[in-house]
Ligand binder design. Structure first.
Ligand code: ATP
Ligand code: MG
Length: 366
């Protein structure tokens, strides 16, 4: 999967610009605030017409413009298709593929991308929510039934939480409590199996990548943590269901006392370790960045195994904080599909990479 060419009009700080990318590594250099991330964002938009930086389409349109467009030739397999995204002030966005109008969701099957941005350090350094989001987003794309399961779980969780919060004022609410708990246990049993299987694949793929990335000196560990009564998260769903129910039963009174949901897979986590030590507490900045990127690269391998094609890899500002061994890995040793890397280094980077180098200055690209 790759973007062959992209043309931007009125996009953020780009007036009119067209870029032809290499199918391999593309390095986008430039000082701060010149348009590197804006270019990456335009490419990312091709995966579903949603930005990774804003929910508001109007922010994408150049300050002095009434509309913005992104026009791109996207190659998936042996076919190149032309995607156009049009954003007009006060109107809904328009998506066309080969000239025919499409819903934004139609882009998902056309192009996939794995993005790494500085915010992804949260994968290592923050609480479990970021890691659960990574699992959920990836499994939603890989397993069609999972998104519905997740939506059901969230709805049941909201209902149960409301009961636990309000039962003292309205004791009649309690009649529905066990029903919601049971629904949650049934969803959990299936989701735990999906998450455990994904985590296992992620760990298997991330280990060798991280070893190579760190110059052979570091072992990355990834372990799935779920409800403590679940002995084997890959066991048949009925077995897991019974174990989740046991955990719920043991915590029923505590939940009523606390007025909140204390048990369930909304507390799941991926425990990330570097050389056996929890990365969240002990990894240096560079180690954290390496581990987070290793996890993203592992996700890319899983997508490749599932779909036969590498997603486009978008790396925003990964090079800072990495030593020369790790920078060399990013610039030259991520094989397979197309990669776009932004960095603030000057053009001396062109001597250190076999990739195509672009320089961005004030919304113009050389
Ligand atoms: P850094 O190295 O600091 O990450 P960058 O090259 O990635 O910099 P971008 O995030 O691409 O910088 O932003 C480039 C410029 O585009 C910024 O000065 C920003 O204010 C400007 N910009 C953002 N949105 C718009 C818009 N809608 N219209 C015009 N300019 C915009
Ligand atoms: Mg940037």
């Amino acid at each position: 999967m790759r973007v062959e060419r992209i043309a931007l009009s009125g996009w953020r700080n780009y007036d009119e610009e067209t870029v032809t990318f290499s199918p391999d590594v593309n390095v986008i250099c430039g000082a701060n605030a010149q348009g590197k991330t804006n270019l990456l964002e335009a490419v990312y938009m091709l995966t579903g017409a949603h930005s990774f930086r804003t929910r508001f389409d109007k922010e994408l349109i150049g300050f002095d413009c009434d509309w913005a467009s992104v026009l791109a030739d996207v190659n998936s397999g042996d076919r190149t298709q032309t995607v156009k995204l049009l954003f007009q002030r006060g109107q809904r966005r328009q998506v066309t593929v080969n000239g025919a109008k499409k819903p934004s969701a139609a882009l998902a099957g056309l192009m996939t991308a794995v993005l790494f941005s500085p915010d992804d350090l949260s994968l290592i350094k923050d609480g479990a929510a970021a890691r659960r989001r990574l699992m959920d987003n990836a499994i939603c794309q890989l397993r069609p039934g999972y998104a519905a399961l997740l939506a059901d779980y969230n709805k049941l969780y909201e209902n149960k939480t409301r009961i636990l919060k309000d039962w003292r004022e309205k004791p009649s609410l309690l009649t529905a409590l066990d029903e919601f708990s049971d629904g949650l246990a049934r969803c959990s049993a299936r989701m735990i199996r999906y998450r455990a299987s994904f985590a296992e694949r992620l760990a298997a793929a991330a280990g060798p990548i991280h070893r190579d990335f760190s110059g052979g000196g570091e072992e990355l560990g990834i372990a799935y943590k779920t409800v403590s009564t679940v002995l084997d998260p890959r066991a048949p769903a009925e077995e897991i269901y019974a174990q989740v129910c046991a955990h719920q039963a043991a915590h029923r009174q505590a939940e009523l006392d606390a007025g909140q949901c204390l048990t369930g897979i909304h507390k799941d986590d991926l425990e990330v370790t570097v050389n056996g030590m929890p990365a969240r507490n002990f990894a240096s900045q560079g180690q954290a960045r390496t581990a987070a990127l290793g996890i993203k690269l592992a996700e890319r391998e899983i997508f490749k195994a599932e779909t036969g094609q590498y997603p486009v890899l978008l790396l925003d500002d990964v090079l800072s904080e990495l030593d020369s061994t790790r920078q060399e890995f990013v610039l030259n040793r991520i094989g397979g599909g197309q990669t776009l890397i932004t960095c603030c280094e000057d053009e001396d980077i062109s001597r250190r990479t076999g990739g195509k180098v672009f320089t961005v200055r004030g919304g113009r690209i050389r």
